[in-house]
Design a binder for this molecule. Structure first.
Ligand code: GLP
Length: 239
């Protein structure tokens, strides 16, 4: 595990964007695992800036996103498809047909989960997976549980997660109760994993996840076992 401590959110975003750029430059047809939330917005802005300067080319990149709410139309500004289009895809030359987000409107969610895992397998897995972390240690929407959920699955969001995400919705009642999330297997099989976290409110969970026991109660803790895992954070974890 490599830990990079950064000055502030901008510095974190630039350093994370550097790692993603290095991936795209060294393997133009790579598979990027992408994330939503407030943490990666600055990273995406930086990538867009470098793309606009002509330093990055996404034309051969394929992306697979971690998760999606169940029941939100893609036109809903809180859906993760909408987030990705608006915060990244619409501003770079990625082929939209090569961008993948779980379908939260699928009639048969079990089939959709199976389709998503097969898709990741057919792409040969993920080259670089970007992650944020929830205050309860969730990655994607892999919530604390008594066992690690292996494949893509539908999850009931716990109260802490719904409360944390309520800031983006008009009221807590509008926050979806379920989501589809990539499981731990696809994340752990990614060749590289990059987790970004900013703000002192993330410090406690980062310490638990990366200096505590590996346990499904803190899903991110499994990343301690990943052979190429980098944490880029504004939190000084030595204090
Ligand atoms: C959400 C997402 C996660 C994200 C996390 C933290 O629930 N499903 O992928 O990492 O919350 O979000 P933020 O970066 O806004 O703190």
């Amino acid at each position: 595990m490599k830990i990079i401590i950064t000055k502030d959110y901008e510095d974190m975003s630039r350093k994370a964007a550097n790692i993603i750029s290095a991936q795209v430059i060294s393997k133009p047809n790579c598979v990027l695992g992408l994330a939503t939330g407030s943490s990666p917005i600055g990273t995406y802005k930086q990538l867009i800036e470098w793309y606009n300067k002509g330093d990055l080319d996404f034309s051969e990149v394929t992306s697979v996103n971690l998760d999606e709410y169940v029941g939100l139309e893609v036109t809903n500004d809180q859906s993760y498809r909408y987030f990705m289009d608006n915060n990244l895809f619409n501003h770079i030359n990625i082929d939209k047909n090569k961008t993948n987000v779980p379908n939260g409107l699928a009639d048969d969610s079990e089939k959709e989960c199976e389709r998503y895992d097969n898709l990741i397998d057919s792409l040969g897995g993920i080259d670089l997976q970007l992650l944020g972390i929830g205050h309860n240690g969730h990655i994607g929407f892999n919530e604390p549980d008594s066992a690690f959920a292996v494949g893509t699955h539908t999850v009931e969001l716990n109260q802490m997660t719904r409360d944390a995400n309520a800031r983006f919705f008009a009221s807590i009642d509008e926050v979806p109760t379920h989501a589809i999330t990539m499981g731990i297997k696809a994340i752990m099989q990614a060749k590289k994993v990059l987790l970004i976290a900013s703000g002192d409110d993330k410090k406690e969970i980062l310490k638990k996840a990366f200096f505590g026991p590996v346990t499904p109660e803190v899903p991110a803790s499994i990343l301690q076992l990943h052979p190429d895992f980098t944490l880029v954070t504004t939190c000084d974890l030595s204090k």
